[in-house]
Design a binder for this molecule. Sequence first.
Ligand code: GMT
Length: 384
Amino acid sequence: MTNNKKFLKIGIVLYPTFGGSGVVATELGKELASKGHEIHFITYSKPVRLSELRENIFFHQVTISNYPLFDYTPYEQVLTSKLVDVVKYEKLDLLHVHYAIPHASAAYMAQQILKSQGINIPFITTLHGTDITLVGKDPSFEPVITFAINMSNAVTAVSENLKQDTLEHFKITNEIKVIPNFICPKHYQLENNEIYKKRYAPNGEFIITHISNFRKVKRVDDVVKVFRKVRKLIPCRLLFVGDGPERGNIEIAVRSSCEREDVLFLGHLDSTREVLNISDLFLLPSETESFGLAALEAMASSVPVITTNAGGLPEVVDHNVNGFLSKVGDVDDMAKNVMTLLNDVTKLSEFKVKAREKALEFDMQKILPIYEQLYRDVCSSMNG
Ligand code: GMT
């Protein structure tokens, strides 16, 4: 029986870009592979965090057709065909798809095709947030999302808040299990960072960092507003990491302002560890975050987080303990919270310690067995 096998063959379907869902899916796959499971990543380009060759890891590229008749390339269909092919050829035990659309609906279709050929494969859907909170609220997607979630053999959400949001907006008959995002504590352990720190803050300024994909939902303009207020009173520098639709506007705004020398745009970085290592505070004024992986990665690097009380963020950041939560858009309050910490280095140090302590609750070694158990449960219920 599949569930009695010590190691499973797992197909992971994900968005391979810099988004949090892709990062979680890739890190999960890498860790499962290091434990002995065989991992097959299936997506349209190599996941960003999958840089080097590793044992037990395989990548299957979904090639997008450019047949001239198609005004819109049917990605879901080519993904479905690829899933059927990989499941059959590699003899996979299960599929774990990250993001409801189109991954869960493609997995369902692949499952049905395989069933007609006598192959039973379960699929697990992990909801990451933007599939539900933003895209999901577009009514045109609703029937597909509801169906794909209800047809999944198991469904997980990355926070209690996302679970409740999903139940509120869709008619869900399936159980949703909450499995939070995770980090590898060793990866984010502080190291001697004096050389880097001097490079980015030559006069001993505090370093405030923001990392995101610069989408509207991140409210990056609030980062600048908060920084301006703080910098008037405290010497500090702002490091922006990442790229995305809003970056251009933000850069233009910063260039014409008097604090431009103190704001640096570093663009996409394969690893954010080094920059977090030299940061004093992390600023994440998002409109919503189903979880806030970027906040957790900062906390794992002992960096307190100044953020909003939106979505799942209060499940990660404890107000006035390891960071602060403000109302969305309340830049005065966020600036006040930044200054509370930068004006009191003892408090700042306490918050840094508490941030790391909190992040350890999300140690990958605690979360991984939960996924492994779910995989086994799903495989055994499939095999009857
Ligand atoms: O935040 C983004 O824009 C990327 C997005 C994604 O779909 O990849 O991240 C979502 O999933 C992450 C991993 O589960 C969560 O930590 C992020 O909070 C969530 N983003 C939003 O809800 C806006």
